[in-house]
Design a protein around this ligand. Structure first.
Ligand SMILES: [Zn+2]
Length: 58
């Protein structure tokens, strides 16, 4: 697979690294921002389930 086929917003990623040992809230915030700015990967299924359980709309 050619990496150029992935719709990755490298600038956004450089400016928005995932915090180390991010807690649930930080991961949710990161993924919501990520989804707005980049489509290189979806919200992980496990995180999405936790978000649903916490009644976070996404
Ligand atoms: Zn991305």
């Amino acid at each position: 697979m050619n990496i150029n086929d992935m719709k990755i917003n490298e600038t956004w990623h450089k400016n928005n690294p995932m915090p180390k040992n991010a807690n649930f809230e930080q991961r949710v915030k990161w993924h919501l921002e990520h989804r707005k700015n980049c489509s290189c990967r979806p919200i992980p299924e496990k995180l999405a389930e936790k978000m649903k359980a916490a009644r976070i709309n996404f």
